[in-house]
Design a protein around this ligand. Structure first.
Ligand code: FAD
Length: 391
């Protein structure tokens, strides 16, 4: 396992603290040992390797941003870097961690009571309780802030939920799912912890996905699901709190996208040095070198951008539009990189075994979730012009 990444051309890793650098290296080793050897196989079968959960939990992959469960003091820059390391080996594993940690634990961290935090966060950090985050619906994706249709009706000391969710990662096996629903009384969005096995709560796996195939995404139906008031997140009063959770994770998705680009780039560099055509390895040809240099330029610019966005988060001055610009810019550069790498491998670029096809396919989902490119550009556009173009 390399101590530094070849794709970290300007040596950004040195900006992490010594403790963080050590953690990044341990994570790199863990992923090479536990995830890389099985990723293509599980991806092909669209199954989730549950055996990776405990090694990731012991390492401290879940809830690193929550002081009471973090294994060591760390910065947003470190957490972003860790997301890049995960994406570099497998974007699905990175997404799984992002859902468990950033979204599900993030929702309880932002909206939960002291009792709820104590009940769930340590167990989720230990990987003994799995979480999911149910926001998107069949009829509401980009417009969940105004379009969310799932309802919550208060009935004494309990709530009754009705509606449907779509695309919910980890929900086929999660022990608790954070369900966002609109209170019929005040029309505000509220958050509920729905436990597996609650009558009326059913999940079914979305089949036939051609990206992030390891991630288990579910359609959820809620039919008169009864949730006690004690399982409502009391610090959530409106969609504002949902937006706070998403703000915590959006910059990390940009880092994940760098990881996807790095993973494809590394495979392409390797291939260029091995594949011979016209009597020489293709690394000898100018067009091939140009393509690799373009990939490295994209990756280097994106790391610099994300380092700064994460620093701004550490300093408490990151705004929505800062994370949004990073997400849209980096995912667009990622898409260029995986396409160039795919091309550089010729026909082998479309086979799993040559190491680019999985990144190429997964990039499409990373491009569209946690706010599509368009949504993030509009958030930036609103900041530039002062007018919202959403509707
Ligand atoms: P739509 O909102 O229907 O958008 C379709 C197209 O229209 C897009 O190109 C979009 O940019 C464009 N568009 C929409 N509105 C406008 C506008 N005003 N102006 C210009 N263009 C516009 N959600 C969860 O809640 N939990 C999860 O765990 C989760 N995991 C996911 C995992 C995967 C693999 C995927 C693919 C999705 C996941 N999602 C999850 C859902 C994800 O967040 C949504 O897919 C995303 O927000 C986009 O919504 P949509 O797919 O409904 O697209």
């Amino acid at each position: 396992v390399p101590e530094t990444l070849h794709a970290d051309f300007y040596g950004f890793q040195a900006d992490l603290t010594p403790v963080e650098q050590d953690a990044a290296l341990r994570l790199r080793e863990l992923l090479e040992r536990e995830v890389r050897p099985i990723a293509n196989d599980y991806w092909a079968r669209a199954e989730f390797p549950h055996q990776v959960v405990q090694p990731l939990a012991r390492f401290g992959a879940f809830g690193a941003f929550i002081p009471e469960v973090a294994r060591f003091e760390n910065s947003a820059v470190y957490r972003g870097w860790a997301g890049m390391e995960l994406g570099r080996v497998d974007a699905s594993t990175c997404t799984f961690v992002g859902v468990q940690s950033g979204l599900a634990m993030g929702a309880i961290h932002v909206g939960g009571s002291r009792e709820q935090r104590e009940e769930w966060l340590p167990a989720m950090a230990d990987g003994t309780v799995m979480g999911a985050f149910g926001l998107t619906e069949p009829l509401s994706g980009s417009d969940t802030a105004r379009g969310l249709r799932t309802t919550a009706r208060r009935d004494g000391d309990r709530w009754v939920l009705n509606g449907a969710k779509r695309w919910i990662g980890n929900a086929t096996f999660s022990d608790i799912t954070v369900v966002w629903a609109r209170d019929v009384a005040d029309q505000q969005v509220k958050g509920f912890l729905v436990r597996r096995g609650t009558p009326g709560f059913t999940t079914s796996k979305i089949e036939g996905k051609q990206a992030l195939r390891i991630v288990q995404n579910a359609d959820i139906t809620l039919e008169d699901v009864v949730v006690p008031e004690s399982d409502r997140l009391p610090e959530v009063h409106s969609f504002r709190e949902v937006a706070i959770v998403l703000r915590l994770t959006r910059a990390e998705v940009a880092w994940q996208a760098i990881g996807v680009a790095v993973g494809a780039y590394e495979a392409a560099v390797r291939y260029a040095g091995e594949r011979e055509q016209f009597g020489k390895t293709i690394a000898h040809y100018q067009i091939v070198q140009d393509r690799l240099a373009s990939c490295l330029g994209n990756i280097t610019a994106c790391i610099a951008m994300c380092m700064q966005v994460s620093r701004m988060q550490d300093e408490g001055r990151q705004r929505d539009e800062h994370a949004a610009l990073a997400k849209s810019f980096v995912t667009t550069r990622m898409r260029e990189v995986v396409a160039w790498c795919r091309e550089l491998l010729g026909g082998n670029g479309i086979t799993l075994e040559h190491g680019v096809a999985r990144y190429f396919a997964d990039a499409e989902a990373v491009y569209s979730f946690e706010g599509t490119r368009d949504m993030n550009q509009l958030i930036v556009g609103r900041s530039i012009t002062g007018v919202s173009a959403f509707v």
